[in-house]
Ligand binder design. Structure first.
Ligand code: MLT
Length: 210
């Protein structure tokens, strides 16, 4: 664990050149998804920050006003802050800035969703597990050809299905290569989903390695 670069974070070097930016859910921390990320790619560098907002002691990446109601001003400021962290980590750990793939779950997926809208150049691809639209962007970002995986639960009480469809549509309109994969359950992460994400990442790597 390191507290440098403005975020408590964990960095696990891999054989590279890919880096997975791992973003945990509400109440999680930088250790939560490291095992999952290793399952997705045994060779990637893993960069895993802990959200800096506390909600009743639970780390998050931005404030919310109520369940599913975001403090958009805070979300936008925290998104810029997270992008600064990533930029600094690229220098500090000598990462390839053109090969950073976000893997976020729930609250972590939502801030990654915001990064794609506000800083489309920071991520080369993103796997957003149980994300929702973070806000309506003022202008459509250029996500041309960017691979984005969205997973959604058919019975997710936190993210109603129409919000997953809306996010997929938002990214498609921005030119991204969107894959929306429906899971039979709710908001929880499942083995099935991890397999879907691993297969998607293998495809993404196959394309960029050529
Ligand atoms: C959020 O606040 O980002 C979403 O409601 C998901 C979560 O509970 O973290």
């Amino acid at each position: 664990m390191s507290e440098d670069l403005g975020f408590v974070h964990r960095f696990e070097p891999g054989e590279g050149p890919l880096t997975l930016l791992i973003l945990h859910g509400t109440g999680g921390n930088e250790n939560d998804l490291v095992g999952l990320a290793r399952a997705l790619d045994p060779n990637a560098n893993l960069l895993s920050p802990r959200g800096r907002v506390l909600e009743n002691g639970m780390p998050r990446f931005f404030r919310r006003l109520a369940m599913g109601v975001f403090d958009v001003e805070d979300l936008i400021a925290r998104t810029h802050e997270l992008v600064r962290f990533v930029d600094q980590a690229v220098g500090a750990y000598r990462l390839d800035a053109g090969r950073i793939v976000a893997v976020g779950y729930s609250n972590g997926a939502n801030i990654a969703a915001s990064m794609l809208l506000l800083h489309p150049q920071t991520l080369s691809a993103a796997a957003l597990l149980h994300a929702m639209p973070p806000f309506e962007p003022e202008s459509v970002p250029d996500l041309s050809g960017k691979p984005i995986l969205l997973t959604a639960g058919r019975h997710d009480s936190m993210v109603p299905g129409e919000l997953s469809d809306k996010l997929a549509q938002m990214y498609s309109e921005a030119g991204a290569e969107v894959a929306l994969e429906w899971m039979p359950g709710g908001h929880e992460l499942t083995q099935q989903e991890i397999k879907v994400a691993a297969d998607w990442l293998a495809q993404v790597k196959g394309k960029t390695d050529r």
